[in-house]
Ligand binder design. Structure first.
Ligand code: WTA
Length: 651
């Protein structure tokens, strides 16, 4: 069912360590009353309405929820603006001069923007976008490194009622092109480059390649980031503009557009089970309600916190928990541009010491890398400012959870393992740090107002099966951009009117949920979602390749690594050079995050009689469980023998 071996499930359920909320939080946390769960369950609509009232609405809603499965509308008739909620309403209080963003670039350059500053920059850039012809309802693509302009551009879109489509800066020109074309974006905001591991990533070069074939793009705005990058500002007539040139002339007076609660806030592409990424659609009122509330509940955000989420703004974690959730709470967000091991493996801990970071939200992949690098790195720095630790993006193994709690949290900081998805918009399953006793490796239970069950294929409750979300929630995706049928098929066809996230889960005697990873053809590599079909399409695009099958292979650090089984066309010589070329080809087509870790050449791909690739067998081979020597897969007899043995085992 999933790539996590059965023994691991059992080991997880045998996990009986229990960590009650620490003294520091008991009674002091933003949510301290355990009665909240029952209250929310008794009347979820009233509960979410109460959360929505924390936001500023230009016009109140007429109805909290209109649920016509599988389509939900929340806060129907209400009007608000996400950027107004993240900025303007903080200007009338002491927050006006509080740091909204504290930023450090990889080379060590620093910037601080107060709420006042950020409001000004966002307003100006809103006017820049308007000046380029962007109107309410248009889409703007954003392809930027982790610099403040990424936040500014997103909020500027929200301010004027345009939807952003942020594309992770590590994606290739081709991936960028496809996303721009799918969303029909009018303007693209990018940078000359960004820094990663001491090197400049030339984003503008990828942009120039991408926009050769994006007829909807009228303007490209380029932020100057990379030092000494020679990028022509005007590759084509009037198309390219320097960000700072436009900003210099822009007025800082840009009223926030009143948006309907169900107006589009953004599109974010994520991998699915086909080769074509899905444009997940998020709207304004429900989404902002959920991310504002969950940021406050789960991270226990307080006025003087320095909150650091290490995700990239190109992923949903960056959208919801770098930008919208924390800023709607008036929090101070710390943002870092670069890699955790540059120029040394203690960079994160150095940053925490330097800026007095109080809350850290990162991914298990990073934690496992830190474990491998050893505690001597964090031990060199003063981490006493930290008071809460979060995890997201993939299942966290109990060892990593314990290491995080001990070596980073020094036993003082609660660990909140948060389960959610691009599609859910906000956190769904997570401890509440003032209430929940945690178990290492479990995301514990659904948040108040959220439901979750473990079901089998028939829809009955089981101890181990598929995670299911029976009731609509405010931040849920509304559809897939331009493909409502795919929305219905992907998420709502497994059980009637119940959302299927695509994850396996178990539930223990205490009702704690243990998330077990994807059960579909989506890989989770270092916390990044990658569709096996996307990688397969990229491989067969290479002239030497006849067929390809891609599976996830357990990896100690990344959770899953990408193993690709490839058959070559007749007459093609199998060499190490070809292997390297294929890996690079995938990186060029999709982005470096999708580069296969292993390429295994096979004379044949094992298929069932109905022609389905036997992925479980391939996984067993990739992980060394199947009998036989994988290096000799090119011998057709080997695959045939493995297949026979496997079929014998299956029956
Ligand atoms: C996985 C990231 C276990 C899961 C926010 C989900 C997790 C996918 C956890 C979504 C967690 C995320 N424990 N698995 N705490 N958090 N996942 O869309 O498989 O990039 O379906 O959203 O990551 O990845 P996405």
């Amino acid at each position: 069912m999933s790539s996590v071996p059965e023994q691991a499930f059992e080991a997880l359920l045998a996990e009986d360590r229990l960590f009650p909320p620490g003294e520091a939080l008991r009674g002091q946390a933003n949510v301290s009353d355990a009665g909240v769960y029952a209250r929310a369950a008794a009347d979820p609509e009233a509960f979410w309405a109460e959360a929505a009232r924390e936001l500023h609405w230009f016009r109140g809603w007429d109805r909290v929820l209109d649920w016509t499965p599988p389509h939900a509308r929340w806060f129907v008739g209400g009007q608000l603006n996400a950027a107004y909620n993240c900025l303007d309403r903080h200007l009338s209080s002491a927050r006006r001069n509080k740091a909204a963003l504290i930023w450090e670039g990889e080379p060590g350059d620093e910037r601080v923007l107060t709420y006042w500053d950020l409001h000004r920059e966002v307003s100006k850039f809103g006017n820049v976008l308007k000046g380029l012809g962007v109107v309410k309802g248009d889409r703007v693509a954003i392809y930027l490194p982790m610099i403040p302009e990424a936040v500014i551009a997103m909020l500027a879109c929200a301010r004027i009622g345009a939807a952003h489509s942020v594309v992770f800066g590590g994606f290739s020109a081709e991936s960028l092109r496809d996303r721009i074309n799918d969303a029909q974006a009018k303007v693209l905001v990018t940078a000359d480059g960004g820094y990663r591991r001491g090197r400049v990533v030339h984003l503008k070069a990828a942009v120039d390649e991408a926009v050769k074939d994006t007829p909807s793009i009228r303007h490209v705005v380029v932020v100057r980031r990379g030092g000494g990058l020679e990028v022509p500002a005007s590759a084509t007539d009037g198309r390219d503009h320097w960000y700072d040139d436009l900003m210099r002339q822009a007025s800082a007076d840009c009223p926030a557009e009143p948006m309907d609660a169900e107006d589009l806030l953004y599109i974010l592409y994520t991998s699915g089970t086909t080769g074509k990424p899905k444009g997940v659609v998020h709207t304004t009122g429900g989404y902002l309600t959920q991310v504002q509330a969950t940021a406050r509940w789960v991270f226990d955000l307080k006025e003087n916190d320095v909150y650091w989420c290490t995700a990239d703004v190109g992923w949903v974690t960056g959208h919801s928990y770098i930008v919208y959730g924390p800023l709607a709470n008036g929090a101070t967000v710390f943002m870092y541009e670069g890699a955790p091991d540059w120029p040394h493996r203690g960079r994160f801990w150095e940053l925490i010491q330097k800026y007095g970071v109080t809350i850290l939200y990162t991914a298990p992949t990073a934690i496992r890398a830190f474990m491998r690098w050893g505690p001597s790195w964090p031990d060199q720095f003063d981490l006493s400012s930290l008071r809460l630790l979060g995890s997201v993006g993939e299942p966290i193994n109990p060892e990593a959870w314990m290491w995080y709690a001990e070596h980073i949290g020094h036993g003082r900081c609660p660990v909140v393992d948060t389960w959610w998805q691009t599609e859910t918009g906000g956190i769904m399953i997570s401890p509440l740090p003032g209430i929940t006793s945690t178990k290492p490796g479990s995301a514990t239970r659904p948040l108040p107002g959220i439901t979750a069950s473990v079901l089998n294929g028939e829809g009955s409750d089981v101890r181990a099966g598929f995670l299911a979300i029976p009731k609509p929630w405010p931040g849920m995706l509304r559809t897939i951009w331009g493909d409502d049928e795919r929305y219905r098929q992907t998420y709502w066809s497994k059980w009637p009117n119940v959302y299927f996230p695509g994850d396996g889960a178990k539930i223990d005697d205490d009702g704690y949920l243990w998330l077990l990873g994807r059960v579909d053809d989506v890989l989770n590599v270092a916390g990044h979602r990658i569709g096996t079909m996307e990688v397969e399409s990229a491989l067969v695009d290479h002239p030497a390749v006849a067929e390809a099958a891609v599976v996830g292979k357990a990896d100690e650090i990344k959770g899953q690594a990408i193993a690709a089984f490839v058959t070559v066309k007749e007459g093609i010589l199998i060499t190490d050079a070809l292997k390297a070329e294929l890996r690079q080809h995938v990186a060029d087509k999709i982005g470096a995050i999708a580069r296969p870790d292993a390429i295994l050449f096979a004379a044949d791909l094992p298929k069932t009689r109905s022609g389905k690739i036997m992925r479980r067998l391939l996984r067993d081979i990739a992980e060394g469980r199947a009998m036989g020597d994988t290096t000799t897969l090119a011998d057709p007899a080997v695959v045939a023998r493995l297949k026979t043995e496997y079929e014998g085992k299956e029956s």
